[in-house]
Design a protein around this ligand. Structure first.
Ligand code: GLN
Length: 356
């Protein structure tokens, strides 16, 4: 029998829906993604750690579960909210059903709620906390508790605990990939281009990285508030002095900017989806990009040695930085796609040529 489930929002609103996936009460930061496809990549993107994700696209699960599309070993998100999930997926690559996958991954789901209305509330009120629960007996207490919830220890919770080498066929370059909660496709894009990639934990020091003598350093995406990572930021600052070619994506972009004295801000409701416009500030060209972030580097805060290379076409926020005095460039969006368009995959080529 289908059981009722509720979503309590920090602003006091309550939504009633039905439970799927794991049955487990949970609290998290409520965010929405507008991507129409790529739900498996969304579910397994470690950047969603601590968050409850709403899919605005109404039908989710219609091509089932395809493990080779995963972006990490297991979901890091707190809960998953959809309008409708498909009970009979159809795809030649399909190996399972969403409901079973969420149960096995211990992620609670909520469906049959008005996700459009819920998303409009988040857009107006801004990102807020929420609780997925099966009873409204303690409503006032639950709402009160939501006010103090904060995602903490995000990077620590999702980074790898051991170094791991992924070899390419041609072994042209050696890249150290700092794993802040990396999506697997960042590594795949590098391996495809002849880079042997050594994935290292987020706590790896500047000294240890320099000792590995890499041709380049890749700074990955990852969850949480970037300013929380004070130790990593300090190591990145030291690392920059070595002038090793470096490419940063999303959290990696934010951390590098912080290490150079820039500041970050929390966006009202963030950018999460697969059709976000990023405008090249030099050519004016717009690229359609995949994005998943709640924070951004403040344009006016970037240091003198840097230039904003991309801005978001919708709200003008910083989407990329290039540095003048070192071979370093970073972007806020996801050139590795997965899910989403591959318009900006050329940035991986740019990184490889920078190492030449
Ligand atoms: N995908 C990411 O790397 C996200 C970076 C950061 N956690 C943010 O939300 O802005």
């Amino acid at each position: 029998m289908e059981s009722k489930a509720y979503l309590i929002l920090e602003n006091g609103k309550v939504f009633e829906g039905k439970s799927f996936g794991a049955k487990k009460e949970t609290t998290g930061e409520l965010v929405f993604t507008t991507a129409m496809t790529g739900y498996l990549e969304t579910l397994t993107d470690p950047s969603y750690f601590g968050q409850v994700v709403i899919q605005t696209f109404p039908l989710i699960g219609n091509y089932g579960v395809i493990p080779s599309d995963f972006e990490s070993k297991k979901p890091a998100l707190k809960a998953y909210i959809v309008r409708n999930w498909c009970q009979e997926p159809s795809n030649f690559r399909c190996e399972g059903v969403l409901d079973t996958f969420l149960k096995d991954s211990d992620v609670p789901g909520l469906y049959d709620i008005d996700t459009r209305c819920l998303t409009r509330i988040v857009r107006e009120y801004g990102v807020m906390n929420c609780k997925l629960t099966y009873s409204l007996d303690n409503l006032d207490k639950d709402i009160e508790e939501l006010k103090s919830y904060k995602v903490t220890d995000a990077v620590k919770s999702v980074t790898t605990d051991k170094e791991e080498l992924f070899e390419s066929e041609t072994h042209k370059k050696n890249v150290v990939l700092m794993d802040f909660g990396a999506k697997d496709n960042i590594r795949r894009e590098l391996v495809k281009r002849g880079c042997d990639v050594t994935v290292v934990p987020a706590s790896t020091t500047c000294e240890q990285i320099v000792a590995m003598n890499p041709d380049g350093i890749m700074l990955s995406n990852g969850p949480g508030d970037p300013t929380e990572n004070t130790e990593i930021i300090a190591e990145l600052k030291k690392l920059c002095e070595h002038k090793i070619p470096t490419f940063g994506i999303c959290l990696g972009h934010q951390l590098l900017a912080l290490s150079q004295g820039a500041t970050t801000e929390k966006l009202h409701y963030g950018h999460r989806g697969a059709n976000q416009p990023a405008k090249d500030t030099e050519t004016g060209r717009i690229y359609i990009t995949s994005q998943n972030h709640g924070y951004a580097v403040v344009n006016d805060s970037i240091p003198e040695n840097a230039k904003v290379s991309f801005v978001n076409g919708n709200d003008g926020t910083c989407e990329g930085i290039t540095y003048n005095d070192m071979p370093v460039f970073t972007v806020q969006f996801h050139p590795e796609a997965c899910g989403g368009p591959q318009d900006t995959a050329f940035l991986f080529d740019k990184f490889v040529s920078m190492m030449d």
